[in-house]
Design a protein around this ligand. Structure first.
Ligand code: COA
Length: 326
């Protein structure tokens, strides 16, 4: 089967920056506490009126331009998001329209922060089977809109951004080598948004109870994430006959520096081989791996032939990893 090559990447983060010092003014916290527990120093927050598909379109346009492609070339759009423009239509549907991609089918993938690996994997399948020639994989979030800024356990973490990757058939063996996707629904109460769905349809009561905001048991998430994240990254390497030494760059989901460090230790990788930008972006959900990949590419940290290991985890629980030959 032919591989799906990542021919270009793009990203976009809203201009407005919220620092830890800004958060100190609205909640009982400190820059020192946030940096020590999470590694986050600042994050981007969308402007009023800006919606998730707007961020996604900016990232997609950059990726398409870099590949010398036009929206008419796109066959399929898959968007990982947990903060869609609306419950329906899908955010991908809005991206298709705003981008002006007349031939493209479009669909959202809801896998919380693992939406990056899930969307990349789904997009790659369409290339591998020969069904499509150009697939736009996107992760986009405005998590600040589902964040309770009176809850100091979550509002320090969640943020806004979008990243995109254009996939096309590879002619030289580069591309997505493998991707593993996992889920375990019994952990759903560790990280979820209770209101607005069929279980608790939106009502005055659900809004008064702040059920339209994300709820998290941070400690529980931490414990499960450390285990799943490191394990799936190790498994995909082993199954494909690689060791940590073969990895040129590890691009993890940017949720928390301590979780990244624990996974890196589990893998036996030096930190020089890890892309970390959580300090400047916070947790941007399904966008995070794409945004980090774009940063790695922009900085010249990925070169043709490099082996990239991507991994993410998120609410659900969901988790997964991908191996990419650049
Ligand atoms: N500033 C200051 N103190 C805070 C705080 C904040 N922003 N948030 C929580 N605290 C306090 C708590 O109230 C608690 O105080 P208490 O002991 O008086 O009750 C104390 O810090 C310890 O709280 P705890 O929740 O045990 O802290 P922690 O060390 O687990 O850190 C997280 C909290 C959220 C940073 C951490 O659990 C974490 O990063 N979890 C993973 C979250 C994640 O990655 N989610 C996304 C998954 S995709």
């Amino acid at each position: 089967m032919r591989r799906a090559k990542i021919v270009s990447v793009g990203s976009y983060a809203p201009k407005r920056i919220l620092t830890n010092a800004d958060l100190e003014k609205v909640i009982e916290t400190s820059d020192e506490w946030i940096v020590q527990r999470t590694g986050i120093r600042e994050r981007h927050i969308a402007e009023e009126g800006e919606v998730t598909s707007d961020l996604a379109v900016r990232a997609a346009q950059q990726a398409l331009e870099r590949a010398n492609l036009v929206p008419e070339d796109v066959d399929f759009i898959v968007v990982g998001t947990t903060s869609p423009d609306m419950p329906f239509p899908s955010t991908a549907n809005f991206v298709q329209h705003k981008l002006g991609a007349p031939r493209a089918g479009s669909v959202d993938v809801q896998a919380a922060c693992t939406g990056s690996i899930y969307s990349l994997s789904i997009g790659a399948q369409y290339i591998q089977t020969g069904k499509y020639r150009t697939v736009l994989c996107i992760g986009a979030e405005i998590l600040s809109r589902i964040t309770d800024f009176t809850d100091r356990g979550t509002c320090i973490l969640l943020a806004d951004a979008a990243g995109a990757a254009v996939l096309q058939p590879s002619g030289d063996g580069s591309g997505v080598i493998d991707a593993d996707l996992y889920s375990e629904g019994k952990y759903w109460e560790y990280l979820y948004q209770p209101g607005g769905g069929t279980k608790h349809p939106a009502s005055h009561e659900t809004v008064d109870a702040r059920m339209h905001f994300a709820k998290m048991k941070g400690n529980e998430v931490f414990k499960v994430a450390v285990r799943m994240f490191g394990d799936c990254a190790a498994t995909i390497l082993e199954r494909n006959g690689f060791t940590a030494r073969d990895v040129d760059l590890f691009i993890p989901h940017q949720a928390n520096l301590r979780i990244i460090e624990a996974a890196v230790k589990r893998l036996g990788l030096p930190m020089e081989k890890v892309l970390v930008n959580v300090d400047r972006y916070g947790n941007t959900g399904a966008a995070s791996v794409y945004v980090a990949l774009e940063e790695a590419w922009s900085l010249g940290r990925v070169k043709p032939g490099d082996l990239l290991l991507l991994a993410a985890f998120g609410g659900g629980f969901t988790w997964g990893a991908a191996l990419v030959r650049w």
